[in-house]
Design a protein around this ligand. Structure first.
Ligand SMILES: [Zn+2]
Length: 208
C-alpha cells in the first residue's frame, strides 16, 4: 500500500460504523490531501427518528475522516439480508467505481463471518477487479484475522479513530464499542510493525 495525495480512497462500510476499522488509515490519507469517499450499504434502522439519528452520526464520522458529504452515499439494504440483494449491491459498487474512480478500496476482509460482510467481500472482488483492495479488521466478527499489511498511526490518528467510534452514540451499547479496546488493538498492531500504533489489513489485491 502507498499513501499519496493523488489517491482516491473508497471506504465501503457494510453497516454504518464499520468504517471504525480503517478510520485511522483513512485519516492518514486525508491528512496529506487524498480524496476520501464513503459508501454504507445499510443505515440499519427503519424508523424515521432512528434514521435521523443515524444520519447525524454518519455525518459526524465522515467529517472526522475528511470526507465531504457530496462524496458519501448510503443505502438501506436490510441487515442480514444482503444475500438477497447481491445484484443490487454489485450494481451500486460498479456505479461508484465509475463515478468516483477510486485508486484504493477498503472493505470487509475474507476473515469476517458476518453474513452481510461475506456478501460485500465477494462483491468487492467482482466490482473492483483492477483496483487495490484491502480488508479491514473487525475483531468482533472475524475468525482468525491474519494481517498482511500494517499502516502505522500517530497518536492523533488513533484519537480520530476513537472519535469516529464515539460518533456512533446509538451503538455504544455494543460490547466492542470501547475506546480502550480500540486503543489496545491499535497498540498491539503497532508492536507487530515497530510503531506505537497501527491498523492491520488483509491485502486482497495490490495494484502498483
Ligand atoms: Zn458490519
Amino acid at each position: 500500500m502507498r499513501i499519496t495525495p493523488n489517491d482516491r480512497v473508497l471506504v465501503v462500510a457494510c453497516h454504518t460504523d464499520d468504517e471504525i476499522a480503517c478510520a485511522g488509515t483513512v485519516c492518514r490519507f486525508a491528512e496529506i490531501g487524498a480524496t476520501i469517499h464513503y459508501y454504507a450499504a445499510s443505515i440499519v434502522e427503519t424508523l424515521d427518528a432512528m434514521v435521523a439519528e443515524r444520519l447525524a452520526e454518519i455525518r459526524e464520522s465522515i467529517a472526522i475522516m475528511g470526507c465531504r458529504e457530496e462524496r458519501a452515499l448510503w443505502d438501506s439494504i436490510p441487515v442480514r439480508l444482503f444475500d438477497m440483494k447481491r445484484q443490487t449491491i454489485l450494481d451500486r459498487l460498479i456505479e461508484l467505481r465509475e463515478r468516483w474512480q477510486p485508486t484504493i478500496v477498503f472493505g470487509p476482509s475474507s476473515f469476517c463471518f458476518h453474513q452481510d460482510h461475506v456478501v460485500i467481500h465477494s462483491e468487492l472482488l467482482r466490482a473492483f477487479r483492477t483496483i487495490s483492495v484491502y480488508g479491514y479488521e473487525t475483531p468482533w466478527s472475524d475468525n482468525g484475522f491474519k494481517p498482511s499489511t500494517f499502516v502505522t498511526l500517530s497518536q492523533g490518528q488513533l484519537s480520530k479513530k476513537i472519535a469516529v467510534m464515539e460518533a456512533y452514540r446509538s451503538q455504544s451499547f455494543r460490547h466492542y464499542m470501547i475506546a480502550d479496546a480500540v486503543s489496545a488493538l491499535s497498540r498491539l498492531r503497532g508492536i507487530l510493525c515497530g510503531s506505537e500504533y497501527a491498523e492491520a489489513f488483509e491485502c486482497i489485491r495490490d495494484v502498483v
